[in-house]
Design a protein around this ligand. Structure first.
Ligand SMILES: [Mn+2]
Length: 429
C-alpha cells in the first residue's frame, strides 16, 4: 500500500512523543482500572472506529458571499483522493471517501484504482439535484424530485440511478439523497402535492436499489429554500423511510436543525424504531454553519455518541450507522480541519464508552437527576487523548497528526504542483 507522507517523517514525529504517550496511557489505564474499565478494551473499539471523509471537504469551502481558496487546492477527484489518503495515513480514523456526483465524475475503474492504491474504500454516494449540471435539459431552479414538471422529476430520478451505477462499480453500498426542494414564499407550492411527488420519485429510485444497498435520506430545515423545505425535519424523514421500505433510513446532519433542538433525542427515536441510517458530523452556533465537528459544542457530540453506544451495547435492531463528516473549511487548511474533526468524533465515541451504564440506569430508576447527569459528566470529563493517540500509533498513524502533517511539507508541495483554480466544486451538503 502506498503512502503519501514519507514514512520517516511520521516515525521521527512519533519517536519524539512515544515516551510521554506510554506514560500517559499507563496513568489513564490505572485510573480506568479503578473504575472497572479495561483501557485495552476501549482501545480496541477506538481502533476499529472509522468516519468517512467527504470528497468535497478537502477543498476550501465558502459562503454565499465569497470563497477564499487556499494554496494547493485539489483540481479533480484524484487530487481529492490523494488529500484523503493523507488524512487517513496520519489519523488512521478515516478509511473511506464519500463521493459526490457530478463533482467527482470520472471513470469508475480509475476511481477504484486510485483509492485502493492508498488502501481507501468508498462510503455512501451523494447525488446532486440542488444545482444544474452543465448541459442538463431541465433546470432544478424550482425543485428536482418534487418538481411540478414530470420531465424534471424523471431527470432527477435518472441522475440518482446513475449515482447507484457508479457506486456499484467502485464498491459503495449506499446512496445519500439530499434535495434543496422547497419554496421561498407562502403559497408558492402546495405542501402535500410536493411531498407526494417527492415520494413517488423516491420510490422509483428505491426500486432500483441493489439488494445489499441502503438508501439514506437527509433532512434539512431550511436553505436554499427559505420559507418551506420538502424534507425539513426528522419526522418527515421518518415518514419517508417508512414509506420506502426496509432499505431506507434517515441520515442526521447535525447542522440541519433549528438552534437548541435536542438532536441526541432525535437520534434515540430513530434508533428505537430501526431507522437511523447515519450521520453527517459538523458543528454549528447559529444555523447550518458547517463548522468543524466538536469545535463549538463537544458535549452535544458526546451526548449523541452516548445514545449510539447505548444502542450498540443493547444490540438495537438494524443498527449500523454510517459516520461521515460534512463541513465547510473556510479559514483553515481543510486537511488539518478534517484530521482534527475525525479525531473529535472518535473522542466522543471513546468518552461515551466510559459511561457507567449500570450506575446510570440505577440513578434513572430512583429519579436521582443529579447523580445521573454526573455519571455522564464523569465519562465526558475523562481525557481520552492517550487512547486516541495509542490507536493511531498502533495502526501506523501519527501520535500528533497536525505536527507530523506540518513537518511533512505536504501543503507546500501540492501548492507547487497544483495551479490555483478559481471555481472548484467546493459545495457542502
Ligand atoms: Mn449533510
Amino acid at each position: 500500500m502506498e503512502t503519501v507522507i514519507a514514512g520517516d517523517v511520521v516515525e521521527q514525529s512519533n519517536a519524539a512523543r512515544r515516551k510521554a504517550l506510554d506514560a500517559d496511557y499507563a496513568v489513564l489505564g490505572e485510573q480506568l482500572d479503578r473504575r472497572g474499565i479495561s483501557i485495552d478494551a476501549i482501545l480496541k473499539k477506538v481502533e476499529a472506529f472509522g468516519v468517512a471523509i467527504p470528497s468535497w471537504g478537502v477543498g476550501t469551502g465558502g459562503t454565499r458571499f465569497a470563497r477564499f481558496p487556499g494554496p494547493g487546492e485539489p483540481r479533480d477527484v484524484f487530487d481529492k483522493i490523494e488529500d484523503c489518503a493523507v488524512i487517513s495515513q496520519l489519523t488512521r480514523a478515516t478509511p473511506t471517501v464519500s463521493l459526490h456526483i457530478p463533482w467527482d465524475k470520472a471513470d469508475p475503474n480509475r476511481l477504484k484504482q486510485a483509492a485502493s492504491r492508498f488502501g481507501l474504500g468508498f462510503d455512501a454516494m451523494n447525488s446532486n439535484t440542488f444545482s444544474d449540471a452543465e448541459g442538463q435539459k431541465h433546470s432544478y431552479k424550482f425543485g428536482s424530485l418534487s418538481h411540478a414538471d414530470a420531465g424534471a422529476r424523471r431527470q432527477a430520478v435518472e441522475h440518482n440511478l446513475e449515482c447507484i451505477e457508479i457506486g456499484r462499480t467502485i464498491g459503495s453500498k449506499a446512496l445519500t439523497v439530499w434535495i434543496g426542494d422547497g419554496s421561498n414564499f407562502p403559497g408558492q407550492v402546495n405542501f402535500a402535492r410536493a411531498f407526494e411527488r417527492y415520494l413517488d420519485a423516491m420510490k422509483a429510485i428505491y426500486a432500483e436499489l441493489p439488494q445489499d444497498w441502503r438508501l439514506f435520506t437527509e433532512h434539512k430545515m431550511y436553505e436554499p429554500a427559505f420559507y418551506s423545505t420538502v424534507v425539513q425535519d426528522w419526522g418527515t424523514n421518518y415518514i419517508i423511510a417508512r414509506e420506502l421500505g426496509d432499505k431506507a433510513y434517515c441520515l442526521v446532519d447535525l447542522g440541519h436543525h433549528a438552534p437548541n433542538v435536542n438532536i441526541e433525542m432525535i437520534v434515540s427515536r430513530l434508533i428505537q424504531f430501526g431507522k437511523l441510517g447515519g450521520f453527517h458530523f459538523n458543528d454549528s452556533k447559529y444555523g447550518d454553519d458547517d463548522l468543524d465537528a466538536g469545535s463549538i459544542d463537544p458535549y452535544r457530540l458526546f451526548l449523541v455518541f452516548n445514545e449510539l453506544v447505548d444502542a450498540e451495547l443493547n444490540g438495537a435492531r438494524d443498527f449500523q450507522p454510517a459516520h461521515m463528516l460534512d463541513q465547510s473549511h473556510n479559514v483553515t487548511d481543510p486537511i488539518e480541519s478534517l484530521m482534527l474533526s475525525a479525531i473529535e468524533v472518535q473522542r466522543a465515541y471513546a468518552a461515551a464508552l466510559l459511561v457507567d451504564r449500570k450506575a446510570l440506569e440505577g440513578f434513572q430508576e430512583t429519579n436521582d437527576a443529579l447523580m445521573a447527569t454526573q455519571t455522564l459528566k464523569a465519562a465526558y470529563r475523562t481525557d481520552v487523548e492517550p487512547i486516541l493517540a495509542m490507536a493511531r500509533l498502533n495502526r501506523g498513524g501519527a501520535i500528533d497528526p497536525i505536527t507530523a502533517y506540518r513537518a511533512s511539507g505536504y501543503r507546500a508541495k501540492v501548492a507547487a504542483e497544483r495551479p490555483a483554480v478559481s471555481a472548484a466544486g467546493g459545495g457542502i451538503v
